[in-house]
Design a protein around this ligand. Structure first.
Ligand code: IPE
Ligand code: IPE
Ligand code: MG
Ligand code: MG
Length: 321
């Protein structure tokens, strides 16, 4: 859990959100309950939950439906991580073994499916058809992004393509976390668009920072594998900037053409990228996105929650996990 002021103001309600998700395993196979407990007790920053709770309170959405909406968002996020770790073959997340590290692929896929089902149920429990529609559209966007990535063997390392990918995998859910709250009120479309923009920008920045931390972070701090994107043939923003400034870089070019297996070369390439200006350029870009998010936020009602959402936006680029 994050030790910050923006977090402490919603801490009690975050616990209610977790209880709500946990209760969804009641009456089902005990393995599903155990998996859900394992996932929820391992922590996670709950950043999307906090976005929903703060945005909703700022615009005076009904508190009970807000808890349900936040639970739906976090359940969707959790389910995508279960499947993502299986797909990536990642054995550790939030500092503990992933489900796929302990169970068969079949059991892992089914558990992910179960959590997706509960996310849909929670979305339905908000009693808003618009929330349900937005949920299914967001999940379709995420899956479409992931499968596009899977079937593109060699990434054309350009920024436009990168922005599309990170919108799909991450920013789309942040958009929904922020904007869906408006669907629980009788507020104008104006609030929807502003919160959507805020969610979009902090979500884009969030994934840029995740991609930077894959180069600069440590597994012990992050609780998940680092230096893994390039190894998987995934070209992210720091590598794109690096390639733009070093178009003749032989390792990276060769890697793009081969199968990313030469461990010594990957090590050298990682070191080159880490010590290049590409990291700072990427961070600057994340900061610019945060700036645009804050501009949108500024037009929303000035309440304590709005200030907390400002702090949350700053936290996204300052975080180390
Ligand atoms: C991880 O999200 C997946 C990405 C979109 C990068 P988080 O970094 O929010 O994961 P948890 O929930 O805090 O573990
Ligand atoms: C998470 O992206 C994938 C989805 C949200 C679908 P990453 O692969 O970058 O997340 P981590 O780095 O494993 O947390
Ligand atoms: Mg992953
Ligand atoms: Mg990552």
């Amino acid at each position: 859990l994050i030790e910050t002021t923006f977090f402490s103001s919603v801490q009690d309600r975050v616990l209610l959100v977790e209880d709500k998700i946990r209760s969804k395993a009641d009456g089902h196979n005990h393995t599903l309950a155990a998996a859900l407990n394992h996932l929820l007790s391992s922590g996670g920053k709950r950043i999307r939950v906090v976005v929903t709770l703060l945005a909703g309170k700022m615009i005076q959405a009904d508190p009970d439906r807000l808890i349900t909406l936040a639970a739906a968002i976090e359940a969707l996020h959790t389910a995508t991580l279960v499947h993502d770790d299986l797909i990536d073959g990642a054995l550790i997340r939030r500092g503990i073994p992933t489900l796929n590290a302990q169970w068969s692929p079949a059991a892992t896929v089914l558990t992910g499916d179960f959590i997706f089902a509960q996310a849909a149920k929670l979305a339905a429990e908000t009693e808003s058809i618009d929330v349900m529609r937005l949920f299914s559209e967001t999940l379709a966007t995420i899956v479409n992004g992931e499968i596009t990535q899977l079937f593109s063997s060699k990434w054309t390392a350009n920024r436009e393509n990168y922005y599309r990918r990170i919108y799909a995998k991450t920013a789309s859910l942040f958009e929904t976390a922020a904007a869906a709250t408006v669907l629980l009120t009788s507020e104008s479309a104006n609030y929807y668009e502003l919160l959507r923009q805020y969610g979009y920008e902090i979500g884009m920045a969030f994934q840029m920072v995740d991609d930077i931390l894959d180069f600069t972070g440590e597994q012990a701090t992050m609780g998940k594998p680092v230096a893994s994107d390039l190894r998987q043939g995934l070209i992210t923003l720091p590598a794109i900037y690096y390639l733009e400034s070093n178009p003749k870089e032989q390792y990276l070019q060769e890697m793009l053409e081969s199968n990313f297996t030469d461990e010594e070369r990957i090590g050298k390439l990682l070191a080159s990228i880490r010590s290049s200006g590409a990291i700072q350029k990427s961070l600057n870009e994340a900061n610019q996105a945060i700036g645009r998010g804050l501009q949108a936020l500024n037009k929303l009602p000035e309440t304590p929650e709005r200030h907390a959402l400002e702090d949350l936006a700053h936290y996204i680029v300052e975080r180390e996990i």
